[in-house]
Design a protein around this ligand. Sequence first.
Ligand code: ADP
Ligand code: MG
Length: 475
Amino acid sequence: MTMTTTEQDRWLRVKERLRTEVGEDVYSSWFARMELDGVGEETIKLSVPTRFLKSWIQSHYAEKLLGCWQAEQPATTRIELTVRSPAIRPLPPPKPKVEPSHAPAPIKVNGNEPPRAIVPPATAHDGFGGSPLDPRLTFDAFVVGRSNTLAHAAALQVARARRGDAVMFNPLYIHAGVGLGKTHLLQALTWAGNASPDRKVLYLTAERFVFGFVAALKSQTAIAFKEALRAIDVLVIDDLQFLQGKSTQAEFCHTLNALIDAGRQVVIAADRPPSDLESLEERVRSRLAGGLVVEMGLLGEELRLEILKSRAAAARLHHPGFDVSSSVLAFIAKTVTHNGRDLEGALNRLLAHSKLTGQPVTLEMAEREVRDLIRPQEPRRVKIEDIQRVVARQYNVSRADLLSSRRTANVVRPRQVAMYLAKTLTLRSLPEIGRRFGGRDHTTVLHAVRKIENLVNKDVSLAEEIEILKRALQE
Ligand code: ADP
Ligand code: MG
């Protein structure tokens, strides 16, 4: 299909739109290699070079992509995404070199160049280009709180180690849910590690690992491979949960073993612990679990507030008029979801609003702007049965125990926790909750709720247990 200039222009605008919506780093990771193959009245044909990209875009950005097209061409109803046949793209030359499109594109933020070149100087391993790094994601910008102290300390330790130092834990495996700072920490480690001239820290997303690294490995001889690995002191892999496929796993396992055996540090982040990486083979999982495994918890309110303060201060450097009162920040910290990305989004909206209108940021404006980011108070979807099931499992009692009239301590506490969760996570009334817990009186429920509320304020580990239960229930 041939395209008119109007269509090409439209495509450029769609790409710009997309870039603005998802941000530069997401854009360059997933969309930079997308091409327009055809424009129909309702259907747009796009292609990407790999199956991985295709399925990633389909599962994460299908709606956004469609939305961007609809904004430019309202009649669009469908995006057809295909994998380009390799024939269109010349294979890389026999000499181990990566296609130009694999070379990391340094990201510009606010017109600043990233502090340092990302790619190691062209040596034997110039085929192993890292993923782009975001210059904002540094240790300085990382706020440490209860939920991430250990992960932060471990990352810092890795970043500060010197070539030849004994490796203390290998691999370092960090896991946490979405938006809780994994990528931030890993990139901070990479920036800091590479600041010392005699060390190479290579940061790769799972995608880059597969389509850059592994591909480069395959095109090299075993000797060149060893050479190349020798030049890497720390290999950092982000979002390991996306590593799929048998041969990829084999390459990964090979790389992991080679590096660890050579005393090189490996750092990994994923959204779940090694034991839950179901698609990985057992031996890979156990190798992963053999180092230090650290979880980063939810961003608590205090940490959210600190993050917001530091972000607001950073924004003020570039936009001196941007003044956000502490009550507005406190409001956002209190109400916006646990996800760090939403915090950033909330602040960006306030910034945009204040720049466009020239008006100061008021609480009322903040409430309006971030309404849709507010943590759902109404997890109506959480059912009392689910709460009972999850709590029973957590405390190793049966659901019947929770509903029974037994009063032994090992049943009483879980029962109180379950009632408390029923009150806080559902819209059910106290009498209704009482009925659902074996026909108890509403005052019993109230007592349980108060009791747990009190304990949560004093008992950090109970508070954490409850956070975990809530998270499990709300997912
Ligand atoms: P993940 O990779 O775990 O999904 P990210 O590292 O991308 O999460 O974090 C999402 C956003 O939240 C980023 O803007 C990041 O800078 C911010 N963020 C998360 N945790 C922290 C923290 N402890 N300090 C400062 N910013 C944070
Ligand atoms: Mg991430």
